[in-house]
Design a protein around this ligand. Structure first.
Ligand code: AMP
Length: 281
């Protein structure tokens, strides 16, 4: 496995690989890898012959009061996991290499990014879209894999690729969970043992949404109230949002007669966790 630290070397390397006709698969991450990331590597492996995993804690997608400084990092462990998983190139650039101090061009998606995490975290998707475009230009992948765990991000990236004509196929990866249902996340490391237990309320709420839906519930507001009640019973939990939105447009829905995304963002103590499920009639 090769480790590349600069944007220039990454682009030169991939230009040579593309000239040899190689098919490049990109897995963008912020590191502190877990089994969710490893599942994305496997999906990339099935569809490409060179896998690039990018590891970059992108400062522009964090708000001023968010956890950029304390975001978990362990480069040596990540490199060992990548090596074992068959990653060909680990691209771990420095922030200063990726962003000029006077950078003035940004990529903004104006519809899908407006609600949910976009509303809760102003500027977040501007940072995400901009760094993803940079990674596409530096890694020149034919395919890129993104997890369903970040449901809004996946939809925003698909729209970005469509509207800016990127020759990149976006492959979604299913949410990987702990045996007890907690969605894997690098931020789970922040949870105390007690918070870790209380964090199961996200999965419990989504299970209840699925159960109610299967039992015939179709009123979105009633569904949100039921989820709010469940989450409200957990002392460490504070709801950031409970959204029931159209699976394509991410616009709020009143009736669940089209595929709907149920998305949660919940603080457990100081740690903000997200999870989601799609309800299909
Ligand atoms: P992150 O390192 O958290 O920015 O995530 C990098 C990629 O891994 C994103 O495409 C995420 O959606 C995906 N991802 C994170 N957690 C999971 C999970 N539990 N299951 C599947 N994919 C995940």
């Amino acid at each position: 496995m090769r480790i590349i630290r600069t944007a220039y070397e990454m682009q030169q390397t991939v230009l040579a690989l593309r000239a040899q006709g190689r098919r490049i698969g990109l897995v963008p991450t912020m590191g502190f890898l877990h089994a969710g990331h490893l599942s994305l590597i496997r999906l990339a492996r099935e569809r490409s012959d060179v896998i690039i995993l990018s590891l970059f804690v992108n400062p522009t997608q964090f708000g001023p009061r968010e956890d950029l400084a304390k975001y978990p990092r362990d480069f040596d462990r990540d490199a060992a996991l990548c090596h074992a998983a068959g990653v060909d190139i680990l691209f771990a650039p420095e922030g200063a290499d990726l962003y000029a101090p006077d950078a003035s061009v940004w990529v903004v998606e104006e519809k899908l990014a407006a609600g949910l995490c976009g509303a809760a975290r102003p500027g977040h998707f501007r940072g995400v879209c901009t760094v993803v475009v940079k990674l596409f230009n530096l890694c020149l992948p034919q395919i890129a894999v993104f997890g369903e765990k970040d449901a809004q991000q996946l939809r925003v990236i698909r729209r970005l690729v469509r509207d800016l004509n990127f020759p990149v196929e976006i492959i979604p990866g299913p949410i990987i969970r702990e045996p007890d249902g907690l969605a894997l996340s690098s931020r789970n490391v922040f949870l105390s043992a007690e918070e870790r237990r209380q964090a199961l309320v996200l999965r419990r709420a989504l299970d209840e949404a699925e159960r109610l839906f299967r039992a015939g519930a179709r009123d979105a507001e009633a569904l949100r109230s039921a989820l709010r009640l469940i989450i409200g019973q957990v002392p460490a939990a504070k709801v950031d949002y409970i959204a029931v939105v159209d699976d394509d447009t991410l616009a709020p829905v009143q009736t669940l007669d089209q595929p709907a995304l149920v998305a949660l963002a919940v603080y457990i103590g100081q740690t903000r966790l997200i999870d989601n499920t799609v309800l299909k009639p």
